[in-house]
Write a protein that binds this ligand. Structure first.
Ligand SMILES: NC(=O)c1ccc[n+]([C@@H]2O[C@H](COP(=O)([O-])OP(=O)(O)OC[C@H]3O[C@@H](n4cnc5c(N)ncnc54)[C@H](OP(=O)(O)O)[C@@H]3O)[C@@H](O)[C@H]2O)c1
Length: 264
């Protein structure tokens, strides 16, 4: 099998670093023309340069836009009127005492983690349907199913995305366009490494530190190490490809077995 995205235009939201950047690299490797995005010109252009360096000759565009706003969304739609693959990767997270999360924070999480992806899907899906081919993905999380006690505002938004994804898949039924969620598990991004170091300390080499972190703080993971961003990107690349034509309306896991379920 060969994942061939030659001639496809892809937008990966919130892709200036972390999982989004790994996805952008992977899709560029498969031949796609890739649009990366962060809030600032500097981070967006740095990400674009990173993808170009990783995949020489790749067609890459960096678009700076805050996708939690109407203006930011309009800027992206202006710069990129059509895409064949939309990867709604953008998502923010933080820990908080559930009883202390105020309305403004709940609204902010809804705007960034749910509505940003809904708006772009609403804008791009009709063109995909008209052209008879397209892929929409939502980067979800184990937290959608295993709501973390210290991040319920995050987990609930990821639960909502499962409904959003399934709903849009129904809207695209029978059109050649697929819509899916990718449930990522605990992943080795800068933010998660810093969080693990906070809990485990700086003394151990990283490999050992992450194993202690997993054993003590993420015991339900069957992988017992953090997932590398590229491992998430591999699944996203497959789902973005023509090979995944019969997978739609699904929540596909790349969670290291974190969700304790025999159902995919
Ligand atoms: N890390 C994990 O362990 C993990 C596990 C499961 C699921 N996930 C999910 O995977 C996705 C990516 O997570 P990550 O950890 O890779 O994220 P990250 O490292 O925190 O990166 C977030 C990215 O989003 C951009 N960004 C933030 N707010 C934005 C906005 N309003 N508009 C546009 N861009 C914005 C940031 O760039 P700027 O600062 O330049 O704006 C940055 O590039 C999220 O949906 C997350 O929930 C992560």
């Amino acid at each position: 099998m060969r994942i061939d995205l030659d001639g496809r235009r892809v937008l990966v939201t919130g892709s200036a670093q972390g999982i989004g950047l790994a996805i952008a690299r992977a899709l560029a490797e498969c031949g796609a023309a890739v649009v990366v995005n962060g809030r600032s010109e500097e981070t967006s252009q740095r990400a674009a340069a990173d993808v170009r360096e990783h995949v020489p000759g790749a067609d890459v565009l960096g678009v700076a836009a805050d996708l939690a706003t109407d203006d930011g969304t309009a800027a992206v739609l202006d710069a990129v009127p059509h895409v064949d693959v939309l990867v709604n990767n953008l998502g923010i997270f933080s820990s908080a005492d559930p009883l202390a999360i105020d309305d403004a924070t709940w609204r902010r999480y809804f705007e960034v983690n749910v509505l940003a992806g809904v708006r772009l899907t609403r804008a791009y899906l009709p063109g995909m349907i008209e052209r008879g081919w397209g892929r929409v993905q939502f980067v979800g999380s184990d937290s959608a199913v295993v709501i973390p006690a210290e991040m319920i505002h995050y987990g609930v938004m990821k639960t909502a995305l499962l409904g959003v994804s399934r709903g849009f898949a129904k809207a695209a039924a029978g059109t050649g366009v697929t819509v899916n969620s990718v449930l990522a598990g605990p992943t080795h991004t800068g933010g998660v490494e810093a969080f693990a170091r906070e809990l485990v300390g700086d003394d151990l080499p990283w490999d050992e530190a992450q194993r202690v972190f997993m054993r003590e703080h993420r015991p339900q993971s069957l992988l017992q190490r953090l997932i590398e961003p590229e491992e998430i990107a591999h699944l996203v690349a497959y789902l973005a490809s023509p090979l995944a034509s019969a997978t739609t309306g699904a929540a596909v896991r790349v969670d290291g077995g974190y969700i304790d379920s025999i159902v995919p």
